[in-house]
Design a protein around this ligand. Structure first.
Ligand SMILES: Nc1ncnc2c1ncn2[C@@H]1O[C@H](COP(=O)(O)OP(=O)(O)OP(=O)(O)O)[C@@H](O)[C@H]1O
Length: 985
């Protein structure tokens, strides 16, 4: 059995242990290799179709762990009461990659996939109708669908807040609207339709949840073996000491509403864990800590209301007067609800009746007081639940949904299963639940049988009719006018002095001739309806009150006077009324402001004229009455039609005026945005519009059901039929009788028969040509004849499985698969060709780029090499030039030096000789010179004489000049130093 505390969390789950992961892998391997020749995955493939073969096939599959089976596009889910590891991300990935139903073994993810991709492909809204009896697995299926749908739309992103909010909304709804029942430990006691809105690109754009008929009687009493709503137990077990004090909490067995069966804890439910989970989910959905406190305070107040005891005390007129036995509770409840204790006390014990101008106050007797108290508890809890859903919808609605941008939705309907809780116990709630199921069965029949067979007839198709149990007459029994079951119940509920017995009498009178209505043989206050799922006996007791479902006016007024805005909001006027009232008030303000501005302009003009005239009456007499006079006149109901703008519907004004006169309808301006968004929420979820008469439960229910049916009929439907494997919730136990009963009343055999015999695929010729134009020889220009010719010549299509109607071609699934396969192959070929071409273009582009790059590189490197070589040569040339120039310079230098030396020698010789001659002449020669010849001392040049040119410096030639310039700039450092050395040398 499922452990509540360890419930799998859909695709986000991660498996850590290797042992677990190997179990998953081996399960996956087994799952993917299901036998083809037995345990048929699609019941339409059964070689022999009987009730027994159907059952055997389901049993064989169930025993192999395959809980899902197809009947064409319908999914049959047999609840195993044991979670198989088939919902982990591996499966989610696997199914999200497969686009065709039937390509992989049956699975709920495949339904999510097909709806999602169909929506995107054919651009139509889709809906999934999940049906089955209580405990058959509808809620779990809804959760799996939602998880997979959010996974699909989150692909490539980390998920929008709407998706997260939507997933968190589930635990909140379950805590407040689910309870332990005999059939199911987590039974939804309300119906819900979840609409996930998508943009055209497949991203979630918003969502909304519509709820149907919360079972209110459960709040005050439960059948044996059943509990009250989960939230009571979660709160009492999970609250901290501080919270306990704040909300005046007791133990579960201290509350009358919880202790009637002494059933407080249920195996597999960990209340503390669930309380924490609930708080987290509430936070994720947008309930602040403060809001949560208010909600839990209200829960405590409801529980304490149940503990109020009434005692009989003799009174003046009768001895049945009710007094409160434990008055201290009144103070506590009053504190929790922020109301005056005395007023609450009076409202619970006294009835105030207004007779003409007199108000008569009488005391209730004990049973009346108890009834009144219980009605208050039920209404408070119901209002709280609706308020929570409304707030959740506010969080789920995105701006673009509110302004209705183009997009589609996938709706999931999880409505309470057919119920028969026993001939003694079936009451008004069961009647409503079973009526809803009748409607759904009729919807299923319509889509699977009626529309199908009607179409064959219309299209002139050869067809033998298949019989099925048509329940439309039973639906008519409920809703026909003027004497349908619901009308009669409503009529009798509105008659003041009517009773349940008079209601039964009326029903018997008007309906006894109807074949679906029966009067019990034994005389008792009950009636029998022959539903599609079997006959159900309903006890009439309590029908009137349950249908009227009214909190007494006195109690309502006390709550409306609460100092807490939250309590006032719960029981207060319809937000739409408040919104309308504000709208009208603003319109009047605008009109009057406009008038005022016109008048003030007139005054200004008049004033300018008045400068010349004497006024004979006070100018502002009429003007002074201004905006307020019109508004207050309107509030008194004396509004003049002349000032009402054309676009206002005056018929609703009366209601609004009445409401405006009530003290609590005064709205603060800052509440406008909330009200506006509430209005948007209400518009989207489609609550019944305001009317003067208080609407009965059956009326509201009928209205929301017909709205639901309208929504469903505007979308492409998919069906999930949930089957309960046994009544005792035993894991993996296939109870033949229980399953056979469900197969019978849901018309499963007929469903398989029609799916097998019928042509599940029907396509208009034009659409066929458009869709398969690639296969047809004449392509888009093909005619019906071309289509017929193509089909008849197709090597694999069996002509017996195809029929040509007036406007459509009818095919069996297999033929459609063949065509699709063929189409797929051809498209794939084209895709491959395109891919080849594209890849070659890409490769060539890459090659050309690479080539250009290489050429560039080559050019660069070649250039570099050449430049290097030139640079080397230049260097070498320079070197040679340098050496050469040095050589020349050296040569020149040496010549000059030699010449200078010689000149110096000559000059020195001459000087010496002159000196000698002089000395000689003066006879002052030193003795060693005397007698010697000076000529022998002097060394003379070989020629013995110098030419003049040898004494003048030769001018350097131009060429030598240039070289010497270059030398200074280009000569290598070594060469310079050599020169220097030479010079030095
Ligand atoms: N696919 C599943 N695999 C394993 N167990 C399942 C599955 N579906 C349902 N169950 C088990 O069956 C129980 C009842 O399922 P669920 O609450 O979805 O029934 P339901 O049809 O919604 O009943 P109700 O109409 O009373 O709300 C679950 O608590 C769970 O233990």
């Amino acid at each position: 059995m499922k452990e509540k505390g360890s419930r799998p969390q859909g695709p986000n789950i991660t498996f850590v242990s290797t042992e677990t992961s190997s179990t998953i892998d081996s399960f996956l391997a087994k799952f993917l290799t299901q036998p083809q020749d037995r345990e048929y995955a699609d019941l339409c493939m059964l070689p022999e179709l009987t009730e027994q073969t159907l059952l055997d096939n389901l049993r064989d599959r169930f025993n192999s762990g395959h809980i899902y089976t197809y009947i064409g596009p319908i999914l049959v889910a047999v609840n195993p009461f044991n979670f198989f590891p088939i919902y982990n991300p591996k499966y989610a990935r696997l199914y999200s990659q497969s686009r065709r139903l039937g390509a992989l073994p049956p699975h709920i993810f495949a339904i999510a996939d097909i709806t999602y991709h169909n929506m995107l492909r054919i651009k139509e809204s889709q809906c999934v109708v999940i049906s089955g009896e209580s405990g058959s697995g509808k809620t779990e299926s809804t959760n799996f669908l939602l998880h997979h749908l959010t996974t699909l739309s989150q692909k490539g992103s980390d998920g929008s807040s709407v998706e997260q909010t939507l997933l968190s909304a589930g635990p909140v709804l379950e805590a407040f609207g689910n309870a332990v029942t005999v059939q199911n430990n987590n039974s939804s006691r309300f119906g819900k339709f979840i609409k996930v809105n998508y943009r055209e690109n497949g991203m979630v754009s918003g969502a909304n949840v519509e709820i149907y008929l919360l079972e209110k009687s459960r709040i005050i009493s439960q059948a044996v073996g059943e509990r009250n709503y989960h939230v009571f137990y979660y709160l009492l077990e999970g609250a901290t000491d501080e919270d306990r004090k704040k909300h005046f909490l007791l133990q579960p067995n201290d509350y009358h509403y919880l202790n009637q069966n002494n059933f407080f804890s249920c195996e597999g439910i960990n209340e503390k864990y669930e309380y924490d989970r609930l708080k987290h989910s509430m936070e994720a959905v947008g309930f602040s800590k403060d809001s949560q406190d208010k909600i839990f305070g209200m829960i405590s107040a409801v529980l304490l209301l149940g503990n109020i005891e009434f005692i009989k005390r003799p009174g003046y007129h009768s001895d049945e007067n009710a007094y409160i036995g434990n008055e201290e509770l009144i103070d506590v409840i009053a504190e929790l609800l922020n109301i005056k204790a005395q007023q609450l006390h009076q409202a619970l014990t006294m009835r105030r009746t207004v007779l003409r101008n007199d108000t008569v106050i009488t005391r209730y007797n004990v049973s009346e007081a108890v009834f009144n108290k219980n009605a208050m508890s039920k209404c408070l809890y119901n209002a709280l639940f609706h308020w929570i859903v409304l707030r959740m919808n506010q969080a789920l609605i995105k701006r673009d949904t509110a302004i209705r941008k183009k997009g589609y939705y996938i709706g999931i309907l999880d409505i309470f299963g057919f119920e028969d809780v026993g001939a003694e116990w079936n009451s008004f709630e069961q009647l409503c639940i079973n009526y809803a199921n009748e409607h759904l069965q009729a919807y299923f029949n319509q889509h699977i049988f009626q529309f199908e067979q009607e179409e064959y007839l219309k299209e002139n198709i050869t067809w033998t009719n298949i019989e099925y149990t048509d329940n439309t007459e039973c639906v008519h029994l409920f809703q026909q006018k003027p004497y349908g079951l619901l009308r009669l119940i409503d009529e009798e509920s509105n008659i003041n002095n009517a009773t349940d017995q008079s209601m039964l009498l009326k029903l018997n009178t008007y309906l006894s001739n109807n074949e679906y209505y029966e009067i019990p043989h034994k005389k008792e206050d009950a009636f029998i309806i022959a539903h599609y799922a079997g006959k159900v006996k309903y006890q009439i007791a309590g029908f009137r009150e349950k249908n009227k479902d009214l909190m007494r006016h006195d109690v309502m007024m006390v709550l409306k006077n609460s100092k807490s805005a939250f309590v006032r909001e719960l029981v207060g006027d319809d937000p739409i009324a408040i919104y309308r009232w504000n709208l009208v008030r603003n319109t009047f303000k605008a009109v009057n402001a406009f008038k005022k501005s016109i008048q003030s302009r007139r005054i200004r003009r008049a004033e300018s004229v008045d400068r010349l005239m004497v006024p004979n009456e006070p100018l502002n007499a009429s003007h002074k009455r201004g905006s307020d006079s019109h508004l207050s006149a309107f509030l008194r109901g004396e509004i003049s039609e002349a000032i009402v703008p054309d676009f206002c519907d005056t018929s609703v004004f009366k209601t609004i005026v009445t409401r405006a006169k009530k003290p609590q309808t005064k709205q603060k301006p800052e509440r406008q945005p909330t009200l506006r968004s509430l209005q948007a929420v209400k518009e989207i979820i489609g609550k019944k519009p305001l009317s003067n008469k208080p609407s009965s439960v059956s009326r509201q229910f009928e209205y929301s059901l017909s709205r639901l049916m309208k929504t469903l009929s505007s979308a492409t439907p998919y069906f999930i039929r949930c089957i309960k494997s046994n009544n005792e919730k035993i894991p993996n136990f296939f109870d033949d009788n229980i399953i056979l009963r469900q197969l019978r009343y849901t018309g499963m055999l007929e469903t398989v028969r029609i799916r097998r015999a019928g042509y599940s695929v029907r396509i208009e010729y034009e659409q066929f040509i458009n869709q398969y134009r690639i296969l047809l020889p004449n392509g888009q220009n093909s005619t019906r004849k071309d289509v017929e010719e193509y089909i008849s010549k197709h090597p694999y299509i069996d002509a017996n499985n195809v029929q040509y109607g007036r406007t459509k071609i009818f095919l069996r699934d297999a033929e459609k698969l063949l065509l699709d396969d063929h189409l797929h192959r051809i498209i794939m070929q084209h895709i491959h060709t395109l891919q080849h071409w594209f890849r070659s273009v890409l490769a060539r582009r890459k090659y050309l780029k690479l080539r250009a790059g290489i050429i560039n590189l080559q050019a660069l490197s070649r250039g570099m090499l050449v430049r290097n070589r030139i640079r080397q040569r230049m260097d070498a040339a320079l070197c040679i030039q340098t050496y050469f120039r040095r050589h020349i310079a050296q040569k020149k230098y040496r010549l000059i030096m030699d010449t200078i030396t010689r000149i110096q020698a000559i000059a020195k010789g001459r000087i010496v000789r002159e000196k000698y001659e002089l000395l000689k002449a003066a006879n002052e020669l030193p003795c060693f010179y005397q007698g010697s010849d000076v000529q022998t001392v002097l060394v003379l040049p070989s020629s013995g004489s110098f030419t003049e040119s040898e004494f003048t410096e030769t001018e350097p030639e131009d060429e030598d000049d240039e070289v010497s310039d270059e030398e200074t700039t280009q000569q290598p450092i070594g060469a310079e130093s050599e020169d220097d050395e030479d010079e030095e040398g």
